[in-house]
Design a protein around this ligand. Structure first.
Ligand SMILES: C[S@@+](CC[C@H](N)C(=O)[O-])C[C@H]1O[C@@H](n2cnc3c(N)ncnc32)[C@H](O)[C@@H]1O
Length: 394
């Protein structure tokens, strides 16, 4: 079945089974088996859809207790389970998940696949086979006895910027139709870690009683121009706001492990030879070779392969290694000379704000993918403390 037909089927099924918002309100008022009665833990329960190698769970755990998680990838599931042994992870497609089987949760998190919304992907959009799995997430929640009070869908900025925001608007409308008050924030991980990684977090809450402190009148530091533009077309857009983080992120040099072997001299020379002249001269202008690390990606420009570097002391956004061009290089100094090498899995984990004791299972590509596909842990931890937990506790 095509994703469009699947979505239509989902919508049709939802229409017949849609529970009115009053179901939440009844639950909140203490009628029947109330969600609050089921909060026996000190932290509100949360579901982690598309849990991958577990970075969202890792971050959310400081504010929520993860009562269920799901991912289709067995390899990532190994990493998930190695780090979150107490959490219940179901390995398989979301298409096989039935909402009736899930435990009650206050929060439902979905970092749904981004390939169809990403510039590095195909931009086929939110109805296509991979990013379109977000409709399965909605279908599962529709099948639950109580839909979670707070929902978050996380993805690349293409969700709000591509196709004049059409993908975001479809998701916004679907959540609004289900009784959620919805808005989106854009947070760049570079505020927490030395990696440029802007992501959209679509947040909805099934409550009309939102504290003023969590909402602004219009765009703030956590909204980009694409969000500001599409908000005008979104029904009852909520300008979620967070306190601006003040702490400076760790420096890139603190994340790099200088003991890791570099490429050999001839291989490094070949890579250095791919650096375009204007980047080469900027690099050579840095006299203190020892103190500098330049991250970069190989790209094809005008039919030629080049190694483009960054000079802002941040790594570029980690990508998932399907081919050579998605691996990030480092140019660094050894004995006064420049060498190259790939970013290691541990460095990739650090760039995602992951603790060093986090176990990453599998080959280089598998480990790098589990990290590069994840959410930046301190970003989600911040969002959870500043916004999601207060919303869950309304
Ligand atoms: C953006 S990644 C999620 C990253 C994860 N939340 C983290 O922070 O580590 C998207 C995930 O969707 C999973 N996925 C893809 N198709 C799926 C399906 N049909 N059912 C369940 N999970 C799926 C992928 O394996 C991938 O781990």
């Amino acid at each position: 079945m095509s994703r469009e037909r699947a979505r239509a089927t989902v919508d049709a099924r939802v229409e017949t089974t849609l529970r009115p918002l009053s179901a939440f309100e009844e639950a909140e008022a203490g009628n029947g088996t109330t969600p609050s009665v089921q909060w026996s833990q000190s932290k509100p329960p949360a579901l982690d859809f598309f849990a991958g190698g577990g970075l969202a769970s890792e971050a959310l755990r400081s504010s929520f207790s993860i009562v269920w998680a799901n991912d289709i990838c067995e390899k990532k599931a190994e990493t998930y389970s190695a780090n979150h042994p107490a959490e219940k992870l179901t390995v398989g497609s979301i298409e096989d998940v039935r909402g009736q089987d899930l435990p009650y949760a206050a929060l439902s998190w979905a970092s749904f696949p981004c390939q169809d919304l990403s510039l590095a992907g195909n931009l086929h959009g939110i109805e296509s086979s991979r990013s379109g799995l977000v409709w399965e997430w909605l279908r599962v929640m529709d099948e639950m006895e109580f839909r979670p009070k707070v929902v978050v869908a996380e993805n690349v900025v293409g969700l709000v910027s591509a196709s004049q925001g059409r993908h975001y608007l479809a998701l916004h409308a679907a959540l609004s139709d289900r009784g959620y008050r919805v808005g989106a924030v854009v947070l760049d991980a570079a505020r927490w870690v030395p990696q440029s990684r802007a992501r959209v977090f679509v947040v909805g809450v099934a409550s009309t009683n939102i504290p003023n402190t969590l909402v602004a009148e219009g765009p703030t530091w956590c909204h980009n121009t694409a969000v500001a533009r599409i908000a005008e077309h979104a029904h009852d857009f909520v300008w979620w706001t967070l306190r601006e983080p003040r702490r400076k992120p760790r420096a890139l040099q603190q994340i790099v492990d200088f003991r890791v072997p570099t490429h050999t001299e001839p291989q490094s020379k070949r890579n250095l030879g791919l650096i375009p002249p204007h980047h080469r001269s900027r690099m050579d202008a840095q006299v203190n070779c020892q103190a500098n690390v330049f991250p970069g990606y190989k790209r094809t420009r005008g039919g030629k392969q080049v190694l483009e570097l960054r000079f802002d002391n941040k790594a570029g956004c980690l990508r998932t290694p399907q081919g050579g061009s998605s691996r990030q290089y480092l140019v660094l100094c050894k004995d006064g000379n420049r060498f190259t090498r790939l970013v290691t899995v541990r460095e990739a984990a650090r760039l995602m704000g992951v603790r060093d004791s986090y176990r990453v299972i599998g080959s280089y590509n598998e480990g790098y993918k589990a990290m590069g596909d994840g959410v930046a842990v301190p970003v989600v931890r911040y969002l959870a403390r500043q916004l999601l937990l207060p919303l869950a506790e309304i």
